[in-house]
Design a protein around this ligand. Structure first.
Ligand code: PLP
Length: 466
């Protein structure tokens, strides 16, 4: 793990800094807005109390980059980055260093140093996603960010929330809560796959009603991971006077974001998934127009001091996931974000096409619609086998039987899902993956298929995972 924080360097830091720093106590919250409002020319970045790691931009992706991840890739084929992400090793080590540094003098850190360090990561992240820094606040995860928006709104019975069937399941639970608690009307529209940008926009245009209180969409839905045409969707919503919230849980790191140009009213994403930050780092973007309405879920010291200030302090907590964003962004900026995205998105597409070809199946939608995740249907004999020749109605547990077999017998971590009545697998691609990972998945499924063909009792090979 991380080296101990070097005592002498910390002391130097404090000595150097104390002459320059005006007292910026964490409780002097309005200084947060001041820090975020400064132009790049006037802004002076804080010094860090220890040296952060640097990265080598000449490294090739795939095997060579694996040393930057803690994943056990000697024993596992890991093609499920989309589930919970996986951390950049150096960023986790940096998080640990920040934790150790805090404990050397907790009051000094929390009261005198934290504010400018948070302002700094806020500015860097805003720059990375093309936003004004004052439109962004850091939160632990996307779930908290979406709850923050939806629980800040004053709901009335009959208010309509518009969304697609592809909406993330926990977000649907929150919507159900709004329905039960406030009588909000939930208008869920089904997108049938395969689809296209044109079809999605046509369905929206036909079904979205003027007067809808909020439209809510995933930028890349988890189970149906096509990249949605959010730019056109936002324009369409606004043409009908409907505010829009985009759930970009899979977008940061997968797509080039420009939140200024996108012009959504609310946008949320996490850095702990595709950006590989330590877990507990996300952001909420709120357009200026709605900032006065948005309140944090936890009311604490900064309440009333400004949109950004009120989110800074929710009680004492560990800030290291936010601070380690410096290291994560150093990695991305060194390796070149466009190069990473291109590698991941191309690998996912090529792998999906290879699998569909070898299995004689198809992609959930046209390959060009996918980002770093893609969905491929599995050979039909597998569903037939796990449902005992169709005697059982296909459900989630049948998909889980195949997923568990891949996990336990082949050491392959990949989700298997029942979508539109068929078994599908969702592959993910990140910089540590290579085509050979997907070839192993390909062979495992072909082996299972062969077993089903050759063995009349093949169900027994799956039933233990039921
Ligand atoms: C589309 C979508 N929204 C929201 C979430 C929840 O994100 P978090 O775990 O950061 O709260 C996920 C998690 O996978 C997701 O896929």
């Amino acid at each position: 793990m991380a080296d101990e924080v070097d005592e002498s360097s910390c002391n130097n830091y404090v000595e150097e800094e104390k002459e320059h720093l005006q007292y910026q106590g964490i409780m002097a919250f309005n200084t947060a807005e001041t820090l975020l409002n400064l132009s790049d020319e006037d802004y002076i970045p804080p010094k860090f109390p220890f040296e952060l790691p640097s990265f080598d931009s000449s490294m090739s992706f795939g095997k060579e980059l694996r040393k930057h991840f803690l994943l056990d890739l000697d024993n596992w084929t890991f093609i499920n980055h989309g589930a919970f992400g996986c951390v950049l090793k150096e960023a986790l080590e940096a998080a640990h260093k920040w934790q150790c540094y805090v404990e050397r003098q907790p009051v000094r850190f929390l009261d005198r140093e934290l504010l400018s360090l948070l302002g700094h990561v806020n500015r860097r992240l805003a720059n990375f996603v093309g936003s004004d820094p004052t439109n962004i606040v850091l939160l632990p995860n996307v779930t908290t960010a979406i709850n923050t928006v939806l629980k800040s709104m004053a709901w009335h019975p009959g208010d309509i929330v518009y969304f697609f069937n592809t909406c993330y399941y926990t977000v649907k639970k929150l919507l159900k809560y709004l329905n039960e608690e406030y009588g909000v009307t939930l208008y869920e529209v089904t997108i049938a796959f395969p689809t296209s940008d044109k079809k999605i926009l046509e369905v929206m245009n036909d079904t979205l009603e003027v007067g809808t209180r909020l439209a809510l969409f995933s930028h890349i839905p988890s189970n149906y991971p096509v990249v949605m045409p959010v730019e056109e969707m936002v324009i369409l919503c606004h043409s009908k006077g409907v505010p829009v919230l985009i759930d970009g849980a899979h977008a940061l790191g997968s797509l080039a974001l420009n939140l200024r140009a996108l012009n959504a009213d609310y946008y949320v994403s996490n850095a702990h998934k595709w950006l590989c930050c330590p877990k507990g780092c996300s952001f909420l973007f709120v357009s200026k127009q709605y900032q006065s309405k948005i309140k944090p879920l936890v009311i604490s010291s900064g309440f009333g001091a400004g949109f950004n200030s009120q989110f800074l302090w929710s009680g004492l907590k560990d800030y290291s996931p936010y601070l380690s964003l410096n290291t994560v962004l150093d990695f991305w900026e060194t390796m070149n974000p466009e190069r990473i995205r291109k590698y991941n998105n191309t690998l996912a597409k090529e792998a999906a096409l290879m699998l569909a070809d070898k299995w004689g199946t198809s992609l959930l939608s046209h390959a060009k619609m996918f980002g770093p995740m893609a969905v491929v249907s599995l050979p039909e004999v597998l569903l037939n086998c796990v449902t005992r020749g169709g005697q059982e109605e296909a459900n989630k547990s049948h998909a889980e039987m195949v997923q568990a077999k891949l996990h336990y017998e082949f050491s392959i971590e990949v989700p298997v899902k029942l979508l539109q009545g068929k078994l599908h697998t969702r592959i993910s691609a990140h910089v540590y993956n290579e085509m050979s990972d997907y070839s192993r998945l390909c062979d495992a499924i072909l082996l299972m298929t062969e077993e089903v063909h050759n063995n009349t009792n093949a169900y027994q090979a799956f039933v233990r995972y039921k």
